[in-house]
Design a protein around this ligand. Structure first.
Ligand code: GLN
Length: 542
């Protein structure tokens, strides 16, 4: 029987519930169990796909094309397990299913209500992974205890655990133990109150994970255990990590959290080996080959979460090359005002990530031009590739004002254009080209060198594509088409032959990078950046 772990959060948001859930999943996986993760989000959007990154951070895309919460990125990076459509349910998605069923006559004669119809639909989502070969499902509930909108989710998990029995399900509550500077003390009262709210709706946490800035004293542990009704050993400290989020699983393992969880669920405690993970963390903290600075030129730069997977994948590329990657976050609109030289001078590599809308687009194109002309390693992703194509068309092929029809509908040179399959689509939600598609690599190219194989599968999220009418003109001027869809119709990767490392792809490689297994394009990009910057330093020295 599949066992269930429910993770809730109290006191404040941004407690890192997703990181904790992902870390626990990693530990349980390493104990020999098959684990699945999912997140239930209380907002009314059917998925986060239509939200600005400023609202919700990055939209993470699964293999099967779900546009999801960025916590799923943590899940995949920590565990290496692919998430699916069943890994993220929102209030909107649950209601939309129930309302469609009501219209179809699925509830004929009945009044459709939050309890039981909405809660039943949530429970159906929770059981979506139940299978003989799945041992444990970890379900994270978004939002904070006390939010009106998360109530149906909490009621659903309460019922679920009641139905499967205590030995098959457990509640983990993540809470904050703040340090009050003026008093010089850590305070347990917010946690007591948060657990109190849970208790009033019938949920008594089995395990309390306490986020804190400083270590908890024995007195704090005892107080939390007593007032929150949790065994002392099941009060876990999760202090802010010193260096990297990848330390979290190691910290939790040191407190035997995984052992207690398995004991509670009546599962055998198999041996665990975290040596590769430890080695990875050591490399991250003390890399052998120094550091490189990479510019990420985007339009949602002020919010760290907007490019979460990009930043993580760059870090992974650093781990693979044993080098620290420092990221210079550059707002593309500022390049428009101050010029590329002012903002990109001295970086070892330039990355232009994906995006939508025309704000800052010219700044991104200037960033591409700067990297191309100064022979700085360049990595373009999705919109970043489209900008690379526009730049090459304008400044190398002489196609003045070349553009994407996303931004200038009547451009004289539509080098990027709406995909044929998108022309009839009017709905905005979930209608892009989404999820994993195959791509074939060709010849003696940087892409082939990085991947070292001919067929790859990568995740997509776009409506526009390279306009094939310009293929010949651009190839003549030295643009290589090193990755194409298997039917040859869609350009997936472009490169500039006469450049140390200039690779741009229509897909999102960042979604498949993990700290133990950096994505080949990210490790290739960092490697090229290291080589370029050391040769430049060498030149200056000479
Ligand atoms: N806006 C572009 C498109 O829809 C690029 C999308 C992206 O970067 N994810 O094709």
């Amino acid at each position: 029987m599949t066992k269930h772990i429910f993770v809730t959060g109290g006191v404040v948001s941004s407690l890192g519930k997703g990181l904790t859930a992902a870390s626990l999943a990693l530990l349980l996986t390493r104990r020999g169990y098959t684990v699945r993760l999912q997140k239930l989000d209380p907002y009314i959007n059917v998925d986060p796909g239509t939200m600005s990154p400023y609202q919700h951070g990055e939209v993470y895309v699964t293999v099967d094309g779900a546009e999801t919460d960025l916590d799923l990125g943590h899940y995949e990076r920590f565990t290496g397990i692919d998430c699916t459509q069943a890994s993220n349910y929102t209030t909107g998605r649950i209601y939309s299913t129930v309302i469609s069923r009501e219209r179809e006559g699925g509830y004929l004669g009945k009044t459709v209500q939050v309890i039981p119809h909405i809660t039943d639909e949530i429970k159906a989502g929770i059981s979506a992974f139940d299978a003989d070969d799945v041992d444990i499902v970890i379900t994270e509930i978004g939002g904070t205890t006390g939010d009106i909108e998360s109530l149906p989710f909490l009621e659903a998990i309460r019922q679920y655990r009641q139905e499967i029995g205590r030995e098959n399900g457990l509640f983990i509550h993540i809470t904050l133990v703040p340090y009050i500077k003026a008093a010089g003390e850590m305070k347990t009262k917010p946690s007591q109150q948060s657990v109190g709210i849970l208790r009033s709706i019938g949920i008594i946490p089995d395990l309390l994970v306490c986020r804190c800035e400083k270590h908890l004293s024995e007195e704090h542990f005892a107080k939390l255990a007593l007032f929150c009704n949790v065994d002392r050993k099941l009060v876990i400290e999760e202090k802010d990590v010193d260096n990297t989020i990848y330390e979290v699983p190691l910290d939790l393992a040191n407190q035997d959290v995984d052992v207690y969880i398995l004991e509670k669920l009546g599962l055998h405690v198999n041996r665990i080996d975290m040596s590769d993970w430890k080695a990875m963390v050591d490399t991250l903290i003390s890399p052998r080959n120094g550091e490189v600075e990479i510019a990420v030129v985007g339009k949602y730069i002020s919010l760290q979460d907007s490019y979460k997977s990009i930043y993580e994948a760059l870090t992974h590329g650093g781990i693979a090359n044993s080098v620290r990657v420092n990221i210079r976050m550059v707002e593309s609109e500022n390049i428009e005002k101050q010029g590329a030289e002012a903002l990109l001078n001295g970086v070892a590599g330039v990355l232009v990530p994906g995006g939508f809308g025309d704000r800052g687009i010219e700044g991104k194109i200037q960033a591409v031009q700067y990297a191309r002309e100064n022979r700085i390693p360049f990595f373009g992703i999705c919109l970043g590739m489209q900008c690379a194509v526009m730049e090459f068309a304008r400044h190398v092929c002489g196609l003045d004002g070349a553009h994407s029809t996303e931004f200038v509908a009547d451009t004289a040179h539509p080098v990027i254009d709406l995909m044929e399959a998108q022309r009839e689509i009017t709905d905005k939600g979930g209608t892009m080209r989404l999820g994993s598609y195959p791509c074939e690599l060709t010849g003696d190219t940087k892409a082939m060198e990085a991947y070292d194989r001919e067929s790859i599968d990568e995740r997509h999220r776009h409506r526009y594509e390279f306009n094939n009418q310009y293929r010949d003109a651009m190839r003549e001027k030295g643009l290589l088409f090193s990755g194409l869809s298997p039917d040859g119709a869609l350009v997936e990767i472009v490169e500039i032959e006469e450049h140390p490392w200039f690779v741009a792809c229509q897909f999102h490689p960042e979604f498949q990078s993990t700290p133990l297994n950096a994505h080949p394009l990210f490790s290739g990009f960092i490697n090229a950046s290291v080589i370029q910057s050391s040769s430049r330093v060498g030149c200056q020295g000479a």
